[in-house]
Structures are given as structure tokens and as C-alpha cells.
Design a protein around this ligand. Structure first.
Ligand code: FES
Length: 159
């Protein structure tokens, strides 16, 4: 297991790739999230030290953008599409079914850390509306039963 100190040391090395200017903040945050799946709070201080910004400033900038997460993702990321075509074809029903099947609300992660669910804009497969994506797989023409079966398969898979 990677220790907290090792992670902090790694981020210090990674930061050397960026100029020590405030304009580097967003690219740095994007890089950290691409590596870790979210922005660990411990790293906000390291980033602030590097750029000469208070950790609270780093956090407030990061929290302004919806793209950044502050909690780790579950093993599977379920994205429920709420683009126009999916909205018209019942995205709210998909959301309700996913939430009730997993026992969490949009933006949350299950207690066993197996699923994170989020609401997204168009997934780019409108002809399949209503649609959702789990990791890299798109599921379309969703009905309540279809969603239950899909999620059951993921729940029962061997990790
Ligand atoms: S609106 Fe849902 S895939 Fe385009």
C-alpha cells in the first residue's frame, strides 16, 4: 500500500513539470484528478505551497468547477445521461431506478465503494435514449427492468 508520505512526495515531483504561477492551478488540479480519480485534500496544501497560494484558495477555485471531485470514486462510475433526448425519454426514471437500486443519490458512492453515480450531459448516443454509461460501456433504451439486470450483473461480479 502506498503511504501518505510517498503520495505527497510523488506530487511534489509531479508539480515540477508546471510553472509556479497561478495560471498553472487548473492544469495541476486536472493532472492530479487524472492520476487519482479525485483531488485528495492533503494535496491541496502541497499545490498551494508550490504556487504560493493558501490551501483555502486552491480549494475554493477547485470547488468552483464541476469537473473536480473531492471524494474517491467507487470501483464503477455510473453516469446517467440528462441530455435533451434522454430527458425527453425518461432520464428521471433512470435516475430514480439507479438511485433506488444502489441506495444512494446522484453524486454519492456506495458504502462498499463499488459504485459512484453521477448525472451528466449528453453521452453522444442520443439514438439510444434514455442511456447511461458504466465505466466505458454505454447502455441504452433503458427500462426499469433492464437497469435492475445491468446493476445486478455488476453487483454480482467477482472483484
Ligand atoms: S441526450 Fe443522452 S445520449 Fe444524448
Amino acid at each position: 500500500m502506498v503511504t501518505k508520505e510517498l503520495k505527497a512526495e510523488n506530487i511534489r515531483q509531479e508539480l515540477q513539470e508546471y510553472s509556479r504561477k497561478p495560471k498553472s492551478l487548473i492544469p495541476i488540479l486536472q493532472f492530479i484528478q487524472s492520476q487519482h480519480g479525485y483531488l485528495p485534500r492533503d494535496f491541496m496544501e502541497e499545490v498551494g505551497n508550490y504556487l504560493g497560494l493558501a490551501p483555502s484558495k486552491v480549494y475554493s477555485v477547485a470547488s468552483f468547477y464541476a469537473q473536480f471531485r473531492f471524494e474517491p470514486l467507487g470501483e464503477h462510475l455510473v453516469k446517467v445521461c440528462h441530455g435533451t433526448a434522454c430527458h425527453v425519454k425518461g432520464a428521471e426514471n433512470v435516475t430514480e431506478t439507479v438511485e433506488s437500486q444502489l441506495g444512494i443519490s446522484m453524486g454519492e458512492t456506495t458504502a462498499d465503494e463499488k459504485f459512484t453515480v453521477e448525472r451528466v450531459a449528453c453521452l453522444g448516443c442520443c439514438s439510444l435514449a434514455p442511456a447511461m454509461m458504466i465505466d466505458d460501456t454505454v447502455y441504452g433504451n433503458l427500462t426499469r427492468d433492464k437497469i435492475k439486470n445491468i446493476l445486478t450483473d455488476y453487483k454480482e461480479e467477482q472483484s
